[in-house]
Design a protein around this ligand. Structure first.
Ligand SMILES: [Zn+2]
Length: 102
């Protein structure tokens, strides 16, 4: 991250170095209440792809059949494995027979 100059920063009590991060901070609204779920997920120290999978599962981004129906990619949201009415992330990760066996 390069430093390109200085700017007035009320948060830092006057002058601070200018960089991309400082410009982003100036343009972004102040965040006082970060997502507590993200705070837990970002401290996960396993594989990045597992952390991404957890984040997607918590935000409904995994490509389940119900997500395919929502995106108009499929017509049927029932589970192929057990014929449950809706195959969503909760069903796949917790409620299905395969998940319960784990
Ligand atoms: Zn199922």
């Amino acid at each position: 991250m390069g430093v390109g100059g200085i700017y007035s920063s009320p948060q830092r009590g006057g002058i601070a170095p200018y960089c991309v991060a400082s410009a982003y901070m100036l343009c972004s609204p102040p965040t006082t209440d970060p997502d507590p779920l993200w705070e837990v997920i970002k401290h996960y120290r396993g594989l990045r792809r597992v952390r991404m999978f957890i984040w997607l599962a918590c935000h409904g981004g995994n490509m389940t059949k119900s997500e395919r129906v929502r995106r108009h990619l499929a017509d049927d949201s029932s589970c192929d494995a057990c014929s449950h009415v809706v195959e969503n992330a909760l069903h796949v990760l917790c409620d299905s027979q395969q998940a319960r066996q784990l």
